[in-house]
Design a protein around this ligand. Structure first.
Ligand code: ZN
Length: 291
């Protein structure tokens, strides 16, 4: 007799009792021998313990005299997904017979989720494709490249006519350059515009004025382009540089058809920034063809 109990207990340790047995255990409807087997199993199996505790909670809360598998799944299925997952995985690993709980949990779970996984995978896949396309476009955008090149071409006037200055014009010019150097383009623009209203600007100051408008975050692109157009045609000293900034301004203004011949000239003339011009030209050409 004792021997039989030991054997059945040891086998019950390896095999989960059925849900019905666990339920009957909670509702005290098991024959003594089976009850002992279940108790022995519960000592070593936390999963079955969790399920049993669930049934006990239900019994206490409702005063019911039995609990079906269906009711259990409705009440605890969701919050025990992980447990059920593991149960199911164990069951399929062991290929164990007499695993009605895990088996049925597995089916219930499978029914809910079999179609969810491929759909989720597809959604994630689509999102990744969209994201990488966006990223690719971003990388290939002439506007983005022009913005980057504009930052890299940042120009600061070399000449600050000393601090021992006597004319107002020179003081204002110095203030304008200092503001520009600390990236306060708003102040730089207002100093240089004031200077323009009261004095005759030289080429460098005109060039500086155009760039201040261009670098100003609320940039006045139309003014910048007007000023750069004049300089690129008339200035011996700043003509070449002005042409580069002018083509950047046209790309940023989405007027790539105007930028393209300018960039082509720069590449052909091997002028200042001709390598950067060639890079930008590649992207501008692609975009212009698409039009
Ligand atoms: Zn178990």
């Amino acid at each position: 007799m004792a021997k039989t109990v030991i054997i059945t207990s040891s086998s019950s340790v390896n095999e989960h009792p059925s849900f019905e047995q666990l339920s009957n255990y909670v509702f005290k409807q098991l024959p003594v021998e089976t009850k002992m087997e279940v108790e022995a199993h519960l000592k070593v199996c936390s999963k079955c313990r969790t399920i049993t505790e669930g049934i006990q909670t239900y019994r206490k809360a409702t005063g019911a005299t039995q609990m079906s598998m269906e009711t259990y799944l409705q009440a605890f299925g969701q919050q025990q997904e992980q447990l059920i997952d593991k149960h199911y995985a164990n069951a399929s690993q062991k290929q164990a017979k007499g695993h009605p709980i895990s088996g049925q949990f597995g089916i219930a779970k499978g029914k809910r989720h079999k179609w969810c996984y491929p759909i989720a995978a597809m959604l994630i896949g689509c999102m990744m494709i969209l994201f990488s396309l966006q990223f690719f476009n971003f990388q290939r955008s002439p506007v983005v490249l022009a913005e980057k090149q504009l930052k890299e071409s940042f120009y600061t006037p070399l000449v600050i006519r000393g601090m021992g200055i006597d004319t107002i014009a020179e003081q204002v010019w110095t203030q304008a350059v200092l503001a520009y150097k600390r990236h306060d383009f708003k102040a730089a623009v207002s100093y240089i515009e004031w200077l323009d209203n009261h004095y005759e600007l030289n080429d460098e100051q005109r060039y500086f004025r155009a760039l201040s408008h261009l670098y100003f975050p609320e940039r006045d692109m139309i003014t910048a382009i007007d000023q750069l157009e004049v300089l690129s045609q008339n200035s011996a000293r700043f003509g070449e540089q002005s042409k580069w900034f002018l083509s950047l301004a046209y790309v940023l203004e989405d007027k790539k058809h105007i930028a393209q011949p300018l960039l082509e000239e720069m590449v052909a003339d091997h002028s200042w920034k001709h390598e950067e011009a060639a890079q930008l030209l590649d992207l501008v050409k692609v975009k212009n063809k698409k039009r």
